[in-house]
Each structure stands twice: as structure tokens, then as C-alpha cells.
Design a protein around this ligand. Structure first.
Ligand SMILES: NC(=O)c1ccc[n+]([C@@H]2O[C@H](COP(=O)([O-])OP(=O)(O)OC[C@H]3O[C@@H](n4cnc5c(N)ncnc54)[C@H](O)[C@@H]3O)[C@@H](O)[C@H]2O)c1
Length: 316
């Protein structure tokens, strides 16, 4: 099995690579090659090769996805606040880039598997709660709109037999390692990560703010499992909600306190940020992931798991 992870320098891309290397095989086949492809230089990781690709450029995508590629993880994106601030960048990467990846996969002529990272941001507006797999897609951001179009393309390319696609509407991944990014959800990790590392963090919403979360560890394990799902079990929509759990900011802080003691929570400062609030208040948070759970995807048992996984896997 020859695997390329596009967006391989990103947080989830690196986690998926680690999970694949630990496994060594997928769907009964040994992993022959594993390539991390990204516009940024991926960090060196033993067991895989790193290359540069800009998915907005079809020639670059063709170089990154050579003949013989069996499995493609398409995890590259211009994330939510960035795509909202820079419409052209979001369109070039999230829309044109996704089309370029699918077109190249089609050109391979071997119906490669494509695992696509969509987002819970495909839902929103006046759709009724709780949100489930079949709730109509009503994104309230350019990022969410670009992800919806990616999902539809994934379905059509799969229906035509060009690719064997499977798309996952990811919950917000927390506790995310590394530095804050330009996702509107970035604070949902930084209010935990920075205090766990003895640093101050700003929370732009109140403690009652509800959201839908999954740990990076289980997200990566789910994406590995995703590549092994039998195409017939995916039904007539290749996309689904990846299971997560709904928690309030207060529950996140309580989980941190239960695992790491009372000191970290004292480093959180509450300070409204209207531009972030405007985006995140439009997101749904009450999800039911029927299809993903039925297919065996996993979720964390409590937010204390998310804190523990961060301390075990990622704390510098
Ligand atoms: N982390 C989350 O909470 C979350 C939630 C919902 C959806 N997602 C989706 O999951 C995927 C991975 O998220 P992540 O948290 O690892 O994000 P990330 O920002 O860490 O990684 C995304 C990667 O895409 C790369 N990229 C951007 N433009 C590119 C281009 N033109 N060509 C090639 N690579 C390019 C970036 O350099 C980056 O390494 C994304 O598609 C994101 O939209 C993430």
C-alpha cells in the first residue's frame, strides 16, 4: 500500500502518519511507502518521506500523487478564520485544491481511496437541533461552504468510480498540540494547552459556551480506520459526522483541574473577541453521529481523556 498524506505537516496529518507507522499495515496490506506532502515543509519523521506540494497547482499535485498511489489522505486546508479573512486563499486551497486532488486521483485510473477531512462547519444557521448525518448542510462561513462542495465532489467522483472516497465532518480537535492556528476554534485548545504549560491564555467566550470535541489521538485512529471501511457500508453519501462529545467551556476547565490540579485554570483570562464569537456562535454543537458510530468510529469517554492524551502524547 502506497500512501500520501496531503496536509502532512499539519497537526492531524502528523498524528495519522504516526498511527499508520505504529500499525505497519492497512486493510490487510503492508504499508510500502508513506509520504507527507504539504506546502509547508513537513517535520522529519522516521518511517516516512516528506515532499512539498501546493494543491492549488495541478502540476504540483500530479508530482505528489504518482502512479501506484493507493490511498490518499486529503487533510490540507486553509482553516476557518483564515478562509473567512482571505476569501481567495480559501477558494484556491479548499475548493480548487480539493478538485485538483480528486482530478489527479481520477487520472491515476485505479480508483484510489481518498479520505477527506470535512468539518462540522458544513452545518449551521436555522437547521434544527440535534444535528445528525442527514441534517441539511447550511454553512455560515466560506470555509464551511468550501467543505460542503468538497463533500459533494467526493460523492460524485465515488459514484462514477473515479475514487473510493470517504469524508468525515470533524469535530473540533482538542487538545491540539503546538502553536495556535488561524482556526476560529483555536482558543478551544489554547485555553487548556497554554495553562498546562504554565502560560496565560485568553478565552473569548463565556463558560457556558457549548461545543463538540474529539481528541487528536482518537481522530487519527478514526482516520486510519476510515480507510478500511468497506465501500458498500458507506451508503449513498460517502460523508458523515465523526463522533465527538459536546462539552461546555466550564466542563473543559473542570476536566483540566481534575487531571492537572487547580493551578492551570487560574491562567485563563476571559476577554470577548467579537470577530471570533461571530463565527463560532454560528456553528452547531449538538451532534448525533449515527453512521460513524455504527461503522466503528470511536469517541473519547470524557474530556479528562483529552487532557491526559495531550499530557502523554504532546506536552513539550
Ligand atoms: N483540527 C480541527 O479542529 C479540525 C476540525 C474540523 C476540520 N478539520 C480539517 O482537518 C484537516 C486537518 O486539520 P489540522 O488541524 O491538521 O490543520 P492544520 O492547519 O494543522 O493542517 C493543515 C495543513 O494544510 C497545509 N496546507 C495549506 N494549504 C496548502 C496547500 N496549498 N497545499 C498543500 N498543503 C496545504 C498546511 O500547511 C497545514 O500543514 C483540515 O482539512 C481541516 O479543515 C480540522
Amino acid at each position: 500500500m502506497n500512501i500520501v498524506i496531503i496536509g502532512g505537516a499539519g497537526v492531524i496529518g502528523r498524528k495519522v502518519a504516526q498511527a499508520l507507522i505504529a500499525r505497519g499495515h492497512i486493510d490487510g496490506h503492508d504499508i510500502r511507502s508513506l509520504v507527507l506532502a504539504d506546502v509547508a515543509t513537513p517535520v522529519a519523521m522516521s518511517g516516512c518521506r516528506s515532499i512539498q506540494v501546493d494543491i492549488s497547482d495541478p502540476t504540483s499535485v500530479a508530482d505528489a500523487l504518482p502512479e501506484g498511489t493507493d490511498l490518499i489522505y486529503h487533510l490540507a486546508a486553509v482553516v476557518s478564520s483564515h478562509a473567512e479573512a482571505d476569501f481567495d486563499a480559501g477558494m484556491a486551497v479548499n475548493l480548487t485544491g480539493t478538485l485538483n486532488v480528486l482530478q489527479r486521483a481520477r487520472e491515476l485510473g485505479t480508483c484510489p481511496r481518498v479520505v477527506y477531512a470535512s468539518s462540522a462547519a458544513v452545518y449551521g444557521g436555522d437547521a434544527p437541533d440535534p444535528t445528525h448525518d442527514l441534517t441539511y448542510l447550511n454553512p455560515q462561513t466560506s470555509y464551511g461552504t468550501q467543505k460542503v462542495i468538497g463533500e459533494l465532489l467526493l460523492n460524485d467522483y465515488s459514484r462514477r468510480g473515479f475514487v473510493d472516497g470517504r469524508g468525515f465532518r470533524l469535530p473540533t480537535i482538542s487538545v491540539r498540540p503546538g502553536l495556535p492556528n488561524r482556526a476560529a476554534s483555536s482558543f478551544m485548545s489554547s485555553i487548556l494547552r497554554e495553562p498546562l504549560n504554565g502560560k496565560e491564555a485568553i478565552c473569548p467566550v463565556d463558560v457556558g459556551f457549548l461545543h463538540y470535541y474529539l481528541s487528536p489521538r482518537l481522530c487519527a485512529q478514526n482516520l486510519v480506520m476510515a480507510a478500511e471501511i468497506n465501500a458498500h457500508d458507506l451508503g449513498m453519501d460517502r460523508n458523515m459526522i465523526m463522533p465527538g462529545k459536546m462539552w461546555s467551556i466550564q466542563q473543559l476547565i473542570d476536566a483540566m483541574t481534575a487531571v492537572a490540579g487547580p493551578e492551570p485554570a487560574k491562567l485563563i483570562r476571559f476577554e470577548p473577541q467579537p470577530e471570533v464569537e461571530q463565527i463560532v456562535r454560528g456553528w452547531r454543537y449538538d451532534f448525533t453521529s449515527t453512521k460513524g458510530l455504527a461503522l466503528g468510529l470511536m469517541t473519547d469517554s470524557s474530556f479528562q481523556d483529552n487532557i491526559r492524551y495531550y499530557l502523554e502524547d504532546d506536552q513539550p
